[in-house]
Write a protein that binds this ligand. Structure first.
Ligand code: ADP
Ligand code: MG
Length: 334
């Protein structure tokens, strides 16, 4: 399968070293508990109350004004008002502002894989996801969850309809612009996709090296994000020396180290025990509360029921439910 972590392809973003220094102090004062033990993982983490920040936003450069050979330099993201590492948010969820543009918009989207021309993997799906939302995509295996996520990252192109992400119609986005899109989308997968011959630190640093970050920035940013996910002490370990839950936390750190405004997670807890899954879920929830939009495919019924987030349900490629603060619903055996 293609390497999904393609946000690593281009220039660096705003550095934010000063922010990091300030944040490092915050984090040192409020270290994240290690969520690895089931007892701790199942307990609620005490979080300081802060005002809900504005959601990070992102843009993909326009498709119309690009010179064919030499693309214009990528515009920088607006400075992060609220970096990932900020003190994490209040328990109270803030209402989502749906008055502006959605981060993700599907309009009558259908997808047919060329190798399965007789079957629509997605059939006439329309939805809007707004900045700062946390959305579960649920459904049986084969219902189209991964396909839906791959349309968001432009790993796949819709057969018909429009997929609009950050204001750009991805069905029309030039291939050369796709890296600009992907570097702004953090991806987390069921199978972690860590590089086995690199340490935890190197796995996360690699994401920044590939987008041209200076070494000094990397040296500041990587330990901070690892501290956030509770792995400050595991920086020099290799993936095979870590538990599944720890490996998944590394992959969340890698997805978030560049502070993308959108996090796409495909069954991130699918390989993990329930208590460990809850730790990962809490981590994603905390990240969402800093303003990051999160779209998470799962068929973990208990988790969806306990989180009371927006639920989009798929059945054989059809969107059969879109419910605010929903539960998993009843689909029979999975
Ligand atoms: P889910 O993630 O919910 O399990 P998928 O999006 O992977 O569902 O699959 C949706 C449908 O598309 C299924 O019928 C699956 O068999 C089919 N499908 C998925 N990937 C491919 C592919 N690469 N080629 C052909 N068919 C595919
Ligand atoms: Mg899938």
């Amino acid at each position: 399968m293609a390497n999904h972590f393609r946000i690593v392809e281009s220039e660096g973003l705003t550095d934010g070293e000063e922010q990091l220094e300030a944040i490092a102090e915050d984090v040192a004062a409020e270290p994240l508990p290690d969520l690895e033990t089931p007892a701790e993982a199942s307990g609620l983490i005490e979080l300081p109350t802060i005002e809900q920040p504005a959601s990070p936003s992102f843009t993909v450069p326009s498709v119309t004004d690009e010179p064919a050979v030499a693309p214009e330099p990528e515009p920088e993201l607006p400075p992060m008002v609220d970096p990932l590492y900020a003190p994490l948010a209040a328990e109270e969820e803030q209402p989502i502002d749906r008055s502006g543009n959605p981060t993700i918009s599907f309009r009558n989207v259908s997808l047919i894989y060329p190798s399965r021309p007789d079957k629509k993997a997605l059939d006439d799906v329309s939805l809007d996801i707004y900045p700062g939302e946390f959305v579960f995509v649920v459904g049986h295996s084969g219902s189209g969850k991964s396909s839906l996520l791959r349309l968001i990252t432009r790993e796949l192109k819709a057969t018909s309809g429009q997929v609009i992400v950050a204001g750009q119609d991805l069905t029309k986005l030039r291939n050369g612009k796709v890296p600009y899109l992907r570097r702004q989308i953090g991806c987390v997968f069921q199978d972690f996709k860590l590089l086995p011959d690199k340490t935890v630190y190197e796995n996360v640093a690699f994401a920044l090296e590939c987008i041209g970050k200076r070494r000094a920035v990397i040296r500041g940013q990587v330990p901070e994000v690892l501290r956030l996910v509770g792995l400050a002490d595991a920086m020099d370990k290799y993936p095979d020396q870590l538990s599944g839950g720890e490996q998944q936390r590394v992959s969340v750190a890698r997805a978030m180290v560049n502070r993308p405004p959108l996090l796409v997670c495909d069954e991130p807890t699918g390989n993990l025990d329930p208590a460990i899954s809850l730790g990962i879920m809490k981590l994603l929830d905390r990240i969402n509360r800093t303003g990051t939009t999160v779209v998470m495919a799962t068929h973990d019924r208990e988790m969806v029921d306990s989180m009371r987030k927006r639920v989009i349900a798929l059945e054989a490629g059809h969107m059969v439910r879109d419910q605010e603060r929903g539960g998993y619903g009843f689909y029979g055996a999975l």
